[in-house]
Design a protein around this ligand. Structure first.
Ligand code: SF4
Length: 557
């Protein structure tokens, strides 16, 4: 096993025996073989594009398979066995189409060299055989010739997984982008080539960041088309007196269908983690049983799910080993999986998912145990931010706002993440804080107060809603008559955890954003030389002490 995909890699080096996330060696091997197989599929998918051959179902499958490998999404060996088999079958189908088209056009058979990833065939679908094959394709640090190139290409693979997750979220709302699928094939093909340089790999990463911007825009458009604009909303942290269902993850369509199916049943719906953004969408305001937000970010789920008492739906990611007292109440859906955990099947065309099993179970459950009281604010996506633009512009011009901090990203287990709570507390009162993602659970219950009636903390939503912050800052650049985006009085301090954060980092690089702080640790897959290169090109840096970082950020560093 060799996995350094996420911020929790053991000692910030590598998980090599078992995953800190709970990933077992067998699952890690299967994920490695799935990536190997998807690269093989991408080889023919990319080549087939030259002949206008595309298969929408294969494009959708590819993104789902890539999403399944994002940290904390799926731990079920059986799911990976099925995905590997399907990847190879789809690759063979594309190969047949490509070879026929090539022969027809060139009047001779295709004879270029074919990467081993595109040649692998299995005899039978067997978990044992797939694990064994997977073990043979695991990264071997001892055989890496060029640590710099390897690391930057690994970064690309992780960003592609993050990009694919955005595509899957958008697809759930019937939004697709062929260019995005085609880019994924192109980028995966790039990693199969010999002779790549660090410069060309970095350029492909930046292109991936551009696609990340396009994917976040697509998802935002789909969310607002289906659920209306986010509106500034107060969300309560306490509990009501009826049994509830808790939803964690990102999928708004799942929440909508659950709300529809529980309306009038006496069951309340609570949000957990990044699902908190549901409270802000105008389409959900009519559901009186959307009760509140329960608990904190994903890493606290084992203690908090135990206290919830009712069923829990994990819609898109962030599942952990369950404790006994809620194991029979947890359900996965979409690409999420855990061996033995009940799975809600995908919706059939024109139909909703069937949540009746959760609803019937919820009716037999106690009410949730109170974890916290108080309230937090959500809903400052681009629509609400645009309304604040004149006031924020004026406050910057007259010195009432000195600086804006984009304090966004993912939460995680490391105790060093207390930095984000302490940083939020230490920021001067004349700073505005823009956030997105679940890192906000580190500070969103603090009393930030107001500047000239503008809330000092503005939560744009989920990690992908960083696009709202970017759109707002682009408008602010215009209203302040600044020539360059980097002239804005803005610092970016992003907490990373998994592959969605990597696509966000690359999205910011693709906009040439400078002085990005990434923490609590820098990615383990970047070599010292790559970190130096990124520091030179983008002034990328890790976090320092709270005191030093506050001073540096106020100075625009
Ligand atoms: Fe370790 Fe992260 Fe890989 Fe899990 S995903 S095995 S925690 S590096």
């Amino acid at each position: 096993m060799f996995c350094y995909h996420c911020q929790e890699a053991k000692k910030n080096i590598v998980c090599d025996v078992t995953g800190i996330c709970g990933k077992k060696e067998e699952v890690s091997c299967l994920q490695d073989l799935l990536m190997y197989s998807i690269k093989g599929l991408a080889f023919y998918a990319h080549k087939s594009l030259e002949f206008g051959i595309t298969e929408t179902k294969t494009d959708q499958f590819t993104t789902k398979a890539l999403f399944s490998m994002v940290t904390n999404v799926n731990f079920d060996q059986a799911d990976f066995v099925a995905l590997i088999a399907e990847a190879n079958q789809r690759r063979n189908s594309l190969r047949t189409l490509f070879l026929a088209a090539y022969l027809q056009k060139h009047a001779l058979a295709f004879s270029a060299s074919i990467p081993k990833e595109a040649q692998w065939q299995f005899d039978t679908i067997s978990e044992e055989a797939f694990v064994e094959k997977g073990a043979s394709v695991v990264i071997n640090k001892d055989t890496i010739d060029d640590e710099d190139l390897h690391g930057i290409q690994e970064c690309l693979l992780y960003a592609i997984k993050g990009l694919a997750s955005l595509a899957v979220h958008a697809r759930a709302l019937n939004a697709e982008n062929q260019n995005l699928y085609h880019f994924i094939y192109k980028a995966l093909n790039f990693t199969l080539q010999a002779g790549n340089s660090v410069d060309s790999a970095l350029a492909m990463n930046i292109k991936c960041g551009e696609m990340g911007i396009a994917a976040m825009l697509m998802l935002d458009k789909a969310n607002t088309a289906h659920f209306g604009h986010q509106q500034p909303t107060t969300v309560h942290k306490d509990v009501w007196d009826k049994p509830g269902i808790l939803v964690t993850g990102h999928d708004m369509q799942d929440i909508k269908e659950l709300l529809q199916q529980t309306a009038g049943t006496g069951i309340d719906i609570y949000t957990h983690g990044e699902a908190i953004t549901a409270h802000a969408y105008s389409a959900f305001k009519k559901f009186f049983n959307l009760a509140g937000n329960y608990g904190n970010a994903w890493q606290d789920q084992r203690t908090q799910f135990s206290k919830f008492k009712g069923p829990i739906l994990v819609s898109t990611n962030s599942i952990q080993q369950q404790k006994k007292d809620y194991k029979d109440k947890i359900y996965t859906t979409g690409m999420v999986g855990w061996p033995g955990v009940q799975h809600i099947a995908d919706r059939k065309p024109g139909q909703s998912k069937d949540f009746s099993q959760l609803i019937e179970q919820a009716k037999t459950c106690e009410t949730p145990t109170l974890l916290a009281e108080g309230k937090v604010s959500v809903g400052y996506a681009h629509h609400a931010l645009a309304k604040l633009l004149p006031a924020i512009t004026e406050a910057i011009n007259n010195g009432d706002i000195k600086h804006i901090i984009v304090l966004a990203g993912c939460d995680g287990r490391h105790k060093e993440r207390r930095y984000y709570t302490q940083l939020a507390e230490a920021l001067p009162k004349k700073t505005l804080v823009l956030t997105a993602g679940d890192n906000k659970y580190r500070f969103h219950d603090q009393d930030f107060g107001f500047i000239n009636g503008i809330p000092r903390l503005l939560d744009a939503g989920q990690s992908n809603d960083l696009i709202s912050i970017i759109l707002f800052l682009q408008s602010l650049q215009k209203s302040l008559n600044l020539l360059h985006f980097n002239e804005l009085p803005v610092s970016y301090n992003i907490a990373w955890y998994e592959q969605k954060s990597i696509i966000i980092m690359l999205a910011l690089f693709s906009m040439n954003v400078k002085n990005l702080r990434l923490g609590p640790t820098l990615p383990p897959f970047f070599s010292a030389n790559i970190l130096t290169l990124l520091a030179e090109k983008f002034s990328l840096k890790g976090i320092d002490t709270v005191e030093n970082d506050v001073v540096a950020m106020m100075d625009g560093l």
